[in-house]
Structures are given as C-alpha cells and as structure tokens.
Design a protein around this ligand. Structure first.
Ligand SMILES: Cc1cc2nc3c(=O)[nH]c(=O)nc-3n(C[C@H](O)[C@H](O)[C@H](O)COP(=O)(O)O)c2cc1C
Length: 485
C-alpha cells in the first residue's frame, strides 16, 4: 500500500475589527454578540487568550480610515451607523501590546495604509509593537479603497488605483531600509560592554538611509533599535493585476476571498508564478482564504443557527458595506433590478460571479435584497454552514483544489463563532491531521510560527526587503551604494 503523504497543516486566523459590526452589521443586537463591547480592552484580551489556548496562529484586525458613506450618498452614514457597519471603529494597533502581555504565542496582524500613513512614523510604530510583543506582530499592507478616507486625508478623491500600488512599492523600500538597514544587527552593545563604558550602541553602526525617491524623502536613521523580526511579518490582500504583482514582491501571506476553490486556484497559481519570477520560493507565500463558518450538530441544525443569527443582521448596513467596497450606490437602482444584467460592468461582473458560485443561488434574481442577504454575515468570503464533518470536508477540498495554506475566519457572532469552531471543528480537523496540537515555536515570533520553523524570525534572503539587511560584521558600504528606489 502506498504510504500516505502527511497532510498540509492549516494556518488559522481569526479575522476581526475593532468595531460593532465587522462582517456582521447589526448583529451586535444579539445577546450572544459582543460587538458593542469592541471598545473594551477585555473583549480582545479574552478573545486572544481563548484563541491562544486553541492554538490559532493569529488574530488579524482589519482597519479603514473613513466611513462607508456611498450607499444613499454621497457622504451619507445614515444607513451605516445604526448597523454599526465598520463604524464607529478604533485603531487596532494600540491594543496589541496589551494582548501580547496576556498571551505568549498567538500573533497579531494589524492593517495599516501606505496611502495615508507616511512611512517614517509607520516604521516607528510597528518597530515599537514588534519590540513590545517580542516579534508577534504582522502588517496587513493596504492601499485603501474608501473615497471617504481620501477626503479625510485632504484629497478631493482617491489616488488612482495602480498609482496607489506604485506609491506602496516605494513605501515598502523605505520601511525595509529603516527596519533592515539603518542599524547593524550588532549595533547595540552587550550589557557587559555598556557597563564597561563603551556606550549604549556603536554610533558607527547606526546610519541614515538617505532615501530620495519619487514619492518619499526620508533621511533616517530609524529611531528604534533592531526589534525581533525587524520587518514585521508581511501580509497583503491584492486581487487586481497590480495587487498581485505587489503581493508577489512583498507579501509573506496573502488573503484571498472567493466562493469556489476552482475559481480561486488561478489566482493562487498566478501569485506563486510571479513570486518565482521575482526569485522567491513560491511555497513561502502562504495563501489564506476568507471563510465564515457556522456550525451545528447536523447540517440542518447549522442552517437553523445561521438563520437565527441572520435575524439580527441589518440589510441596510450590508448595502452600505457593498457601497464602500465597490463605490456603487445600489439605492440608485429600482428594487426589482436584477444586478446580473445591470449596465455597470463592475457590479455585473461581481454579481454574476456570485450567482455562478454561491450554492443555491444560481437561478435566483440577484436584486438588492439578495445582495444584502448574501452579505449579511461574513461578507464576500465563502460561507460554510454545516456539521463539523461537512465543514471540515469543505476546508479539505479548498486545500486540495485551490492550494491554499489556511483560512481567515470571520465571526457571525463574537466570540460565538470562535467558541463553536474551537469546540466542534478543531477536534475534527485535528483528527484528520489538518491542524497542529501546539505552536511550532511556543513563545516564538509570528514569522517562526507561520512557517512552523524555529529560528525563522527574519525575512528570508530571497525576499525583496532582505537586500537592505545590515548584518553583523558587514562594512557600512553595501547599503549606501544600494540603488535608490
Ligand atoms: C481578507 C481581506 C481583508 C482585507 N482587509 C482590509 C482592511 O482591513 N483595510 C483595507 O483598507 N482593505 C482591506 N482589504 C482590501 C484589500 O487591501 C484590497 O483593497 C482588495 O483586496 C482589492 O485588491 P486590489 O486593490 O488589488 O484590487 C482586505 C481584503 C481581504 C481579501
């Protein structure tokens, strides 16, 4: 009998946001949901501890820099605010050191925008958190998509999409220089040398980066001494051509949303192919698919549970989210408009994609009501509703067909969705050899645990940012001569 290959162990993240309704507008009204306690640090500490006990890899916090104000707009938050649809929201970065203090091994992905946060301050904030978490922070790089964010940062409208990625690319080179190349690895003196009066660090081993590019001018040096990971673990979610190219250059983990593994596979292949062309190990890019999971003892019980939670959800909030994600205001269309045939090509394409891939929704009319209903819980990721066995079968199918490495699990109720996953799904995944029993590196960095490799704390040498590393013993030459980006 042929020996069975060991199965790929899944990476599991909890996907959340510090807001009443992340992917579940209105559900904060459910007695089982803690969305309305998003601004209480204990909510996140309790969640982090619970997820760490279950050995989740990370909690990943989304963030945006304005309101979803397109629906019934322009600039109207009336449908958004009552639903708590990603508004109000607070900056997730501040909570991370507190979550790290309450845990040891779980990591934290935090979203920050290359379009609105200048690179010097950003590099400093993330180095700070990398120090305070002992290397357990990741950066979800976004270029941002909300018009309201552009206006909040003084622009009349958003910078053009591909231009945002060009800015992001230079931004990354600036922060790599600060993180990897401004301080030599051995710049800070040993305690012994410090006590002997040699000084805190060797000033010859701390240098300016003198970055002068098309978009940024940053002399440095970096204010923070080298933190455990230097560059925080790099996450990204780009689906456009420019987004995938950027991801292939920079990302160590990529988030993808989709409804069928067959349709996600070409994107996965294209990213891995582009990474190979960029000289990187294609398997070193971890691909994480979005999923919203509702469990029950049986498939029928799970469906009933889903319907029960859905009662609390707010369709107006869902349409507000749709408006922000796409820029399209569906209130401008008649209630009976079938968006599979609408003249706006972007909406038509998206809705036809859903119609083709969402189970049980091929033949229905995709009007506003259907779109809202579809987006009420879990947004635009795949929705898996069923018994632990059915859901585990489906996750396995995703890994096999789409070649994904793990899942980003959003909550229908917080923390109810995660409680159910921990109690019912993880034992099933473990029985199948699909999920680890413990962190590969307890107390380790995010990079070590994502790659399940002790000692893999820094960017690998085939990564774009590694060209700026200033290693112990190296002359202060290479970096200054490095091509300016
Ligand atoms: C799982 C997931 C999480 C995301 N989180 C955020 C976020 O927190 N903030 C944000 O501005 N964009 C977020 N995005 C949007 C992406 O950054 C990106 O704008 C989107 O995937 C479209 O990619 P494109 O610009 O290459 O077309 C997320 C996307 C996905 C799939």
């Amino acid at each position: 009998m042929a020996e069975q290959q060991p199965k790929k162990k899944l990476i599991l993240n909890a996907f959340s946001m510090q807001t009443p309704g992340h992917m579940n507008p209105g559900v904060y009204k459910s007695p089982k949901d803690k969305g309305s306690e998003y601004n209480n640090l204990d909510t996140w500490i309790d969640l982090a501890k619970k997820l760490e006990a279950a050995k989740f890899h990370a909690i990943f916090f989304a963030d945006v820099l304005g309101g979803y104000d397109v629906y019934k707009g322009p600039a109207n938050l009336h449908p958004t605010i009552p639903a708590g649809a990603q508004f109000p929201l607070i900056d997730p970065l501040y909570s991370i050191p507190a979550l790290a203090a309450a845990t040891k091994s779980i990591s934290f992905g935090v979203t920050a925008s290359t379009t609105y946060d200048p690179p010097y301050g950003h590099a400093r904030r993330f180095s700070t958190v990398d120090h305070l978490t002992k290397g357990r922070v990741g950066w979800n790089i976004v270029t941002s998509y909300l018009e309201s964010a552009a206006r909040n940062f003084g622009l009349d409208t958003q910078i053009e999409h591909d231009e945002r990625y060009r800015i992001a690319d230079e931004y990354l080179h600036v922060v790599y220089k600060l993180w990897e190349g401004s301080w030599r690895d051995d710049a800070v003196r040993s305690r012994e040398d410090q006590l002997a009066g040699l000084g805190y660090a060797d000033p010859n081993l701390v240098r300016q980066i003198n970055h002068v590019g098309k978009y940024f001018k940053v002399p440095g040096p970096h204010t923070a001494e080298p933190s455990p990971q230097r560059t925080p673990f790099v996450l990204q979610a780009g689906t456009s051509t420019a987004g995938k190219k950027f991801a292939a250059q920079h990302a160590e983990a990529i988030f993808l949303n989709g409804h069928s593994p067959e349709l996600v596979r070409p994107s996965v292949d294209s990213i891995r192919q582009q990474a190979t062309e960029a000289g990187r190990d294609p398997q070193s890019i971890k691909i994480i698919a979005g999923a919203n999971i509702t469990l029950g003892e049986t498939d029928e019980a799970a469906q009933a549970r889903f319907a029960e939670i859905q009662q609390y959800a707010d369709p107006e909030g869902a349409l507000a989210l749709f408006g922000g994600w796409t820029g399209y205001d569906l209130s401008k269309y008649a209630d009976d408009q079938d968006f599979r045939f609408v003249e706006a090509p972007a909406v038509r394409g998206m809705v036809n994609h859903w119609a083709a891939t969402v189970p049980g929704k091929n033949d229905v009319k995709w009007d506003k009501r259907t779109i809202a209903e579809y987006l009420l819980l879990g947004g635009n990721g795949t929705h898996l509703v069923g018994s632990p066995k059915s859901v585990a079968d489906e996750l396995e199918r995703w890994v096999e067909i789409a070649d994904v490495d793990g899942f980003n699990l959003s909550a229908a109720t917080l923390p109810g969705t995660f409680d159910d996953i921990i109690e019912f799904l993880l034992p099933e995944l473990r029985r199948r050899g699909l999920f680890w029993d413990d962190y590969a590196v307890p107390g380790g960095t995010m990079r070590e645990n994502y790659y399940a490799t002790k000692g893999r704390t820094r960017l690998p040498d085939d990564h774009t940012g590694a060209q700026y590393k200033w290693k112990a013993g190296e002359e202060n030459q290479k970096f200054l001569a490095a091509e300016q980006k």
